[in-house]
Design a binder for this molecule. Structure first.
Ligand code: ADP
Ligand code: MG
Length: 275
């Protein structure tokens, strides 16, 4: 234990070296914002995730597809610390952090934001106040940096409302806006925390076609500055995301690559037809 400590370079300038030390100088680790390798988890003897490996680069957008029960949500539970894997590595930020050793709050504070399937906004507050509350939340980096806590600049709120297409609805109660708009509001609340990685589970379920198209545009604009992982069944939506696709099946990666190659893969076709 002590010898290991001594081997770690001590100065900040050696950050890169620490990084390489922790990751064993594996490029796949040092290049990845999120790195999962050989991950498995069982629930009462049922292996929901088996030997799952997935690497995400900074700023990358990735769509995760796969039939019901493939392990998509469980994968997000593992990344966010809600579920502990039985085996495997889950590393964040170029190998700097071992997520299997951290709790959900610590992982969120590191900069991994998650949006669950069902929108959870503060219905009896205005749209703008929902963003304000998120900016002032425990991880509001702006609040910390500029001492805004009680004085968040209106421009910051407006910027997020503009990105999410909600500016003209800013004074409405969050409980009154449409289901799609609530989903965008919650994405905006995530953005307020400025995470390095956003995990979004089935964002377009229950949306109109027009809202689905707008959501793809929104996530693509977010992916310019953040890594984004999107779980989704809607293939038109996944096509619109225009990103690398990973198909999960029985807890492992069945196919990975451009959507056309994945969708044309015989094993993927069989898995979807076999439902
Ligand atoms: P997906 O999101 O791809 O539809 P899930 O990750 O929700 O799939 O589920 C994968 C499998 O693991 C399913 O068979 C599900 O029933 C099982 N599972 C997920 N979470 C739990 C849990 N907490 N306890 C028991 N079984 C679970
Ligand atoms: Mg799911």
């Amino acid at each position: 234990m002590e010898t290991i400590q001594q081997d770690i370079p001590q100065t900040k300038a050696d950050d890169e070296e620490v990084n390489n030390f922790l990751s064993g100088e594996r490029p796949a680790v040092t290049q990845a914002v999120l790195y999962l390798d050989g991950v498995s988890v069982s629930f009462d003897g049922f292996k929901a995730i088996r030997n799952l490996s997935l690497y995400l680069e900074p700023g990358e957008m990735r769509a995760i597809i796969g039939p019901n029960g493939a392990g998509k949500t469980t994968m997000m539970d593992i990344i966010t610390g809600k579920t502990r894997p039985d085996e495997g590595e889950v590393l964040f930020d170029h190998g700097r952090h071992d997520l299997t050793q951290l709790d959900e709050t610590a992982i969120a504070n590191l900069g991994i934001g998650r949006k669950f399937q069902k929108p959870t906004v503060f219905e009896s507050h205005t749209v703008a106040d929902n963003i304000l509350l998120a900016l002032k939340g425990p991880r509001g980096p702006f609040a910390c940096l500029y001492g805004w806590r009680n004085n968040v600049p209106a421009e910051k709120i407006d910027e997020i409302l503009t990105t999410t297409g909600l500016l003209e609805h800013r004074n409405r109660m969050a409980g009154e806006i449409s289901h799609g708009q609530k989903q965008w509001l919650e994405i905006g609340m995530l953005l307020a925390q400025d995470p390095a990685v956003l995990l979004v589970d089935e964002p377009v379920a229950g949306m109109t076609d027009a809202e689905t198209v707008q959501t793809a545009d929104l996530l693509r604009s977010i992916a310019r500055n953040h890594a984004v992982v999107v779980v989704e069944h809607d293939m038109d939506f996944v096509r619109a995301l225009n990103c690398k696709v990973t198909c999960l099946h029985e807890g492992s990666v069945l196919a990975e690559g451009p959507l056309d190659a994945v969708a044309g893969d015989q094993r993927v076709i069989e898995v979807y037809l076999g439902r």
